[in-house]
Design a binder for this molecule. Structure first.
Ligand code: AMP
Ligand code: MN
Ligand code: MN
Length: 320
């Protein structure tokens, strides 16, 4: 596996041991695996007596603020940092914050990872970066107490959408059981990260759902800035609407387009029954996993929707 040799892991262990002050970062618009993996790594380094901070340029989405260590998150790289650990981020341009000239250890599970670190620990077989971190922890000498375990479990629960994705192997369930035995709060993690939605989020969904479209195995809808304002929804994402669309019977691909205040449109694709959406996202400058991918696309919102729907329909036709 590229970048996951014993030698590379040993280099990472030595680099971590030598570091004085570590910043742990992840991708912009962080999801549960980004936050859980970053907080777990940060807390574990602190258990080792290191100065370590998790840094997220945009802060944390509200739903992850219950996680242990969330209160210590910073928005800027602190002065004096001598090592950056990037978790769950596939390329430098998605890092939030940028690492500048600092050395980077890159730990991730995206097959599309560009190996941008000085040291790269990449395993696309892992269901979540948090699962990979659990596997690497003994070799990296990263201790796992109850708080670290809760964060790692949050990463796994969210990236597998509650153990529902095809990436959920027996090993994933064993890791989750081990984390629970170490004190991870499964029920709270599940409830806060997957089950609970704000009223504003549901109102925001209702705007998109009112315009839901379906054609030959493709189900999609767009969310506009007006929808967001009218619902008083504070995030810049789809509030997980894509997961709801994924439950539609007979859908092979679902997609949600979210208008952004900077003129771009965020697109999320989800494939079912093995339908690969990573290549579609790549066509539009994005990336991701085989069955879950995204892209941030510039241009007129309506034209972006037409182009994305046309490309997705063409891919569906080619596959059938
Ligand atoms: P999302 O649709 O944002 O939930 O993302 C689904 C998957 O695609 C995640 O693994 C993301 O890391 C990845 N992804 C989303 N947006 C992008 C992008 N602009 N570039 C590369 N990967 C992305
Ligand atoms: Mn992620
Ligand atoms: Mn992930």
């Amino acid at each position: 596996m590229a970048g996951l040799t014993k030698a590379e892991i040993a280099r990472a262990r030595r680099k971590l041991a030598a570091a004085q002050h570590v910043a742990v970062v992840s991708h912009e618009r962080p999801d549960g695996d980004a936050v859980g993996s970053a907080l777990a790594t940060t807390l574990s380094l602190q258990l080792n007596g290191k100065q370590a901070e998790a840094v997220f340029s945009d802060g944390l989405p509200g739903r992850y603020r219950f996680l242990p260590g969330a209160a210590g998150v910073r928005r800027d790289l602190p002065a004096g940092v001598d090592l950056v650990v990037s978790v769950d981020c596939s390329s430098l341009d998605r890092l939030g914050p940028p690492a500048g000239e600092l050395p980077v250890i890159n730990i991730d599970h995206h097959a599309t990872n560009t190996l941008f670190g000085e040291i790269n620990l990449i395993d696309p077989r892992a269901s979540a970066t948090a699962e990979l971190l659990f596997d690497l922890a003994p070799q990296l000498r990263l201790p796992i107490d109850a708080d670290v375990a809760t964060n790692l479990l949050a990463g796994i629960v969210t990236d597998t959408i509650g153990f529902r994705t095809a990436s959920t192997t027996p090993r994933v369930l064993q890791v989750a059981a081990d984390l629970m035995a170490r004190g991870a709060a499964l029920t709270e993690v599940y409830d806060r990260t997957l089950n609970q939605h704000s009223l504003a989020a549901l109102r925001y969904w209702s705007h998109g759902l009112a315009r839901l479209e379906a054609q030959a195995g493709l189900v999609w809808c767009a969310l506009t800035l007006d929808d967001r304002r009218e619902a008083d929804y504070r995030g810049n994402d789809d509030a997980d609407l894509v997961n709801l669309l994924s439950t539609v019977d007979g859908a092979r691909v679902v997609l949600v387009l979210v208008e952004q205040s900077d003129g771009r449109t965020k697109v999320s694709w989800r494939g079912r029954d093995g339908f690969n959406v990573a290549r579609l996202a790549e066509q539009f400058g994005g990336g991701g996993h085989d069955l879950a991918a995204g892209a941030m696309i510039s241009g007129d919102r309506v034209q972006v929707e037409q182009a994305v729907v046309a490309a997705t329909r063409a891919a569906l036709e080619a596959a059938s």
